[in-house]
Design a protein around this ligand. Structure first.
Ligand code: ADP
Ligand code: MG
Length: 343
């Protein structure tokens, strides 16, 4: 058994700027394991960004196209436990021999080996044997090799023999593509508008995106309804409510000045320059939305303007939000400063 999950393939791994290098190196390795200069291949990046998916996709590809090759997937945690058991049971030789027969060794989350001297030593010997015999080694880690504290230098220097590629947070378009692919695979139809809303709102990692789809499906079947904007909004609201920050006048001013790169003094002045008027109107809109301040007090924060100016600003922004996609995007981003999702 290779311990691979057949579900992880290249076909259902969405390519984006965030993973392009790792994916194409992975494909090269999958087509010619042990032959390319990408040996070892090390994929690193934070949780939920597709490391396990990618390295298992390589394994599955080799397993399916070169059936004579022994592909083995193992987490570093399991490797450690097997090593400890081998010591306990006096079967260290068998343990080492087993790993030395592998044609393609995929070892996930190597950061787990940090500080485990004896396990690292054993891995070092297996690594050397495999590498010298032209066998492929593929690894993943939650951080860059240079940040792997507690890892022996001789091991780290070997990691650098091949190719190290990172996976990053997917951008908006890639998030949409991932969502579409997942929904398609599950045979679910959701309006584009709703998909875009989800892609805007969940920008942490892919695992979280999958979690939201699962919740949406559960809510939809519970309430016997379609996954529409309403359902998406209420579901997301429940998910993000935990880390909402209190939104104050100061936090709004901070968010707006840093987002638009305007001076606080300009923002609060009577300047009619276009570059300040729009951010100022946005700030007024946010204060109306998030604080209980009377309009007059909101005006007070902007050079003592009266309440009709604030009403005008709020109306202007409301209309723009309805009609201008860019303004809606900007507003979504500002909401993120407060860990809120715009609903
Ligand atoms: P990691 O190992 O980096 O923590 P995983 O490989 O477990 O992340 O990915 C988390 C989930 O997100 C998995 O279900 C995986 O299939 C999915 N996923 C991650 N990246 C992509 C991608 N580019 N395309 C499709 N699915 C992805
Ligand atoms: Mg993983």
């Amino acid at each position: 058994d290779s311990y691979l999950n057949a579900h992880y393939t290249f076909d259902n791994f969405v390519e984006g700027d965030c993973n392009r290098l790792g994916r194409s190196a992975g494909l090269a390795v999958a087509q010619r394991p042990g032959v390319t200069s990408f040996n070892p291949l090390m994929i690193y990046g934070s949780v939920g960004l597709g490391k396990t998916h990618l390295i298992q996709a390589i394994g599955n590809y080799i397993k399916n196209t070169q059936t004579n090759k022994f592909v083995l997937y193992v987490t570093s945690e399991k490797f450690c436990n097997q090593f400890i058991n081998a010591i306990k049971n006096n079967t260290l030789q068998a343990f080492t021999n087993f790993y030395m027969q592998v044609d393609c060794l995929i070892i996930d989350d190597v950061q787990f080996l940090a500080g485990k001297e004896k396990t690292q030593e054993s891995f070092f010997h297996i690594f050397n044997h495999l590498h010298q015999s032209g066998k492929q080694i593929i690894m993943s880690s939650d951080r860059a090799p240079r940040e792997l504290a507690g890892m022996q230098d001789r091991l780290l220097s070997r990691f650098k023999w091949g190719l190290t590629a990172d996976v990053q947070q997917p951008d908006f378009e890639t998030r949409i593509a991932i969502l579409q692919k997942k929904l398609q695979a599950d045979g679910i139809y959701i309006e584009d508008k709703v998909i875009e809303y989800l892609a805007h709102s969940i920008d942490t990692n892919v695992r979280e995106m999958e979690g939201v789809i699962v919740s949406l499906m559960a809510h939809a079947s519970l309430n016997r309804k379609e996954i529409d904007m309403d359902l998406a909004r209420t579901t997301l609201k429940n998910i993000v409510v935990d880390n909402e920050k209190e939104v104050t006048v100061d936090s709004i001013l901070d968010a707006v000045t840093s987002h638009f790169d305007v001076n606080m003094s300009d923002l609060k002045s009577k300047s009619r320059k276009k570059e300040t008027v729009f951010p100022r109107q946005i700030a007024m809109y946010l204060m109306k939305e998030f604080t209980n301040l009377p309009l007059k007090s909101i005006g007070y924060h902007f050079g003592g303007r009266d309440h009709s100016t604030v009403i005008h600003a709020v109306q202007t922004i409301s209309i723009m939000l309805e009609t201008d996609k860019e303004v809606e995007k900007t507003m979504q981003k500002l909401y993120k400063y407060f860990n809120r999702v715009r609903v």
